[in-house]
Design a protein around this ligand. Sequence first.
Ligand code: R5P
Length: 284
Amino acid sequence: MSEIKIIAGPSSQVLSKRVSDLTGWSMADVEYRKFPDGESYLRIREEVERAVIIQSTRRDEDIIVLLQLLDACEDAEKHVIIPYFGYARQDKRFRSGEPISSRVIASLIDADSIAVINIHSTEVLGYFSSPIRELDASEELGKYVKTMELQNPVIISPDYGAIELAKKISEVAGCDHGAMKKERFGDEDVRISADDIEVKGRDVVIVDDIISTGGTIREAISILRKKGAKRIAVGCIHPVLAGDSLSKIYRSGAYEVFATDTIETPVSVISVSRVIASHLREIL
Ligand code: R5P
């Protein structure tokens, strides 16, 4: 069998190196640059017969680069890891005249296998025509929470959508969990209630799959503070962190924000590389 090469997409360079270290598969030599008009250019500067392409699609141009990488590997066996698959929240036609954006993108990605990590909506998996698997990084978050010095902690999801995540993290960390109820009125306008959650004097870790504008988390922090929570930390799988959302979250009272490296940010202190490496070892 020919050698497997890791192709590190520009949005997942650090994570790719971590996967390379764990699997022993070396990183291919790839040149990335932009043409003067802003178009993306890339070239894989070696022969690759079996490729593992790792590229999160946080920004629109990340999608273009992923498609370019797939085309550049046309004759190779291709395994794609998309740690963060953007557009997954656009999983249906909410109003007439809208596209199902996640379906548009999924239909363009053609490979021997695809894996994503904790996709926002599992419905999106059905939009891919190549074999796809969702990997779960919640245990990695649980292990991290276990190392935090927390007093009488409770893991809370800001809506019912993330309750499974909170539950899994709490099981690994060995503590309680609960879920708040969320209603969304606009991009940053959410109302959250937490009638049956008791947090007085307890350390709280709010967990969500994605933090984007931070509107959800800020509202959750405000309610939990009013209910007498002691210290509040915030964790997520995918730190989209649009604009100045991170500083807004800190200002609203979180003493720590932590996330995984599905998107490489300053708070990406937990790596999903083990989850990816064990999946790859299983299929290759
Ligand atoms: C939505 O259901 C997701 O799980 C997150 O709660 C949401 O994407 C967070 O968005 P934002 O940070 O903009 O409130």
